[in-house]
Ligand binder design. Structure first.
Ligand code: SDX
Length: 428
């Protein structure tokens, strides 16, 4: 039986701190009284060893490369579920009955449109604007048109805000795609399911009959499921942090979009394709780029490789790698980038530098190859990640509010100037 407390000896005294038990995985030392009792705080750059909250939603086993949404293994969810059901599962904690599923779908369909004035905001952006910047701005602007979804406290208001956000967000994501291509925007079609509706809003041409390609819809559904939640990652922690100040849901998600944009986080899926294209243009010399990634004097990194938690294969990457192969074959597409990615993976995983640091392909390594095969432009890849992650952000935000988590406000170890008096200008 493991201990249920830790003892800290400091300044000739002993202090005990309780250990908080988990269902599975890391147990946590509750240090909420540490500073009052010892005058000390902890320091943990990047929060590598720090739990920010208690959560029931998603569990990652980084050592064994496992991922569970509300206890269900990602492999089973990806194979058997669909994105709308996964959104329900993450938000409500259980797989929906048929009635619950229908009512959830109906709740989303009720808001399957966006206020026309929002289009005026979209119009002022240049077509060259990065879609993630457009998406973050539009998402925050949604607050102005949906005041009831701002400072929500009751579970009913939280669920109403969630369904509204889910419905409207897919429009905003599709609009950033249409903006990039200078195409007129489409509105929602309640005769379609969530992923079909998004696909149609993205790809329907004003002058052509629209056909839903089941291979494309299936691929999009699987990718969105695989991105749906990932416990306390950078963007989700941002959504929780902003929401802990009782900021509204749309503004909290807007902050999460900005965090996801970074190339070390969700922006990596765009950076991976740009890296693969660079290697291809440079004659496909994979070994050269593996050496560059190992060279500390070179700021080149193997994008799509490595992970803060997974020190084994990212289970999502394993699923996406197989799906990439299947979808390219089904669509009859040859993509040199996939061959280069597979070569890169093979060379890196035989190299001591990567093996010793437990650096494996992550979710972003292969996803861009599928997005590209589906006709999605590279700059839209992280928008696709954001659409997938939306239910995770909302579920984590909802949990933070229902748990009444305190406002997030970390401390610091100050290493600046000593206290000193102001010096008049004339005396400097
Ligand atoms: C996502 O947190 C999540 O769950 C995120 C995510 C989600 O679903 O929300 O999974 C999505 O963001 C996936 C990660 C996408 N980012 C990338 O692919 C960018 C490339 N990867 C790295 O920048 C890095 O691996 C991180 C940011 C993902 C993780 O960084 P850590 O945990 O801070 O690790 P580190 O930078 O301290 O690296 C440890 C060592 C270092 O070498 P040493 O100082 O020990 O000699 O590994 C090296 C690093 O230099 N290293 C790499 C590398 N990643 C780490 N070297 C070359 N190429 C890389 N990609």
């Amino acid at each position: 039986m493991s201990d249920n407390k830790v003892v800290l000896n400091y300044d000739g005294k002993s202090f005990e701190y309780p250990i908080i038990d988990s269902t599975i995985g890391d147990r946590g030392i509750d240090i909420s009284k540490l500073r009052d009792q010892t005058g000390l705080i902890t320091l943990d750059l990047g929060y590598k060893n720090t739990g920010a909250t208690l959560s029931d939603i998603t569990y990652l086993d980084g050592d064994n490369g496992e991922l569970y949404y509300r206890g269900y293994p990602i492999e089973q969810i990806a194979e058997k579920s669909n994105f709308t059901e996964v959104m329900y599962l993450l938000l409500h904690g259980e797989l929906p009955t048929s009635d619950q599923f229908q009512s959830f779908q109906k709740g989303i369909n009720k808001y399957n449109f966006v206020a026309d004035e929002m289009k005026k905001i979209l119009d002022v952006f240049p077509r060259s604007a990065h879609p993630m910047g457009v998406l973050s701005s539009l998402t925050s602007a949604l607050t102005a048109f949906n005041p009831r979804a701002v400072d929500v406290n009751s579970k009913e208001d939280l669920d109403h805000a969630a369904e509204m956000m889910i419905a409207k967000f897919s429009h905003l994501c599709a609009w950033t795609y249409r903006k990039k291509l200078g195409l007129p925007i489409n509105h929602g079609d309640n005769s379609l399911n969530y992923v079909e509706n998004f696909y149609k809003m993205c790809f329907r041409r004003p002058n052509e009959e629209f056909h839903l390609d089941p291979i494309v819809v299936g691929a999009l559904d699987k990718l969105l499921i695989l991105h749906a939640d990932h416990e306390q990652n950078c963007s989700t922690s941002t959504v929780r942090m902003v929401g802990s100040a009782h900021t509204g849901l749309f503004a909290s998600v807007s902050a999460g979009i900005s965090a996801l944009w970074g190339p070390l986080h969700g922006g990596a899926n765009q950076a991976v394709i740009e890296m693969l294209e660079l290697i291809e243009q440079d004659g496909g010399d994979v070994a050269k780029y593996v050496e560059k990634a190992k060279n500390k004097d070179d700021n080149f990194r193997l994008m799509g490789f490595g992970h803060r938690v997974y020190k084994n294969f990212d289970p999502r990457a394993t699923i996406i790698k197989k799906a990439a192969d299947d979808i390219l074959n089904a669509l009859g597409i040859e993509d040199k980038a996939l061959d280069i990615a597979m070569q890169l993976e093979r060379v890196a995983l035989e190299d001591e530098y990567f093996v010793s640091r437990k650096l494996y392909p992550n979710v972003d390594f292969y996803s861009g190859i599928i997005y590209r095969a589906l006709g999605i432009p590279t700059e839209m890849f992280t928008v696709m990640f954001a659409l997938g992650r939306l239910p995770g952000w909302i579920s984590q935000w909802k949990e933070m509010r229902l748990h009444n988590d305190p406002i997030g406000r970390p401390r610091q170890v100050y290493q600046g100037a000593q206290k000193r008096d102001y010096v008049d200008f004339s005396a400097r």
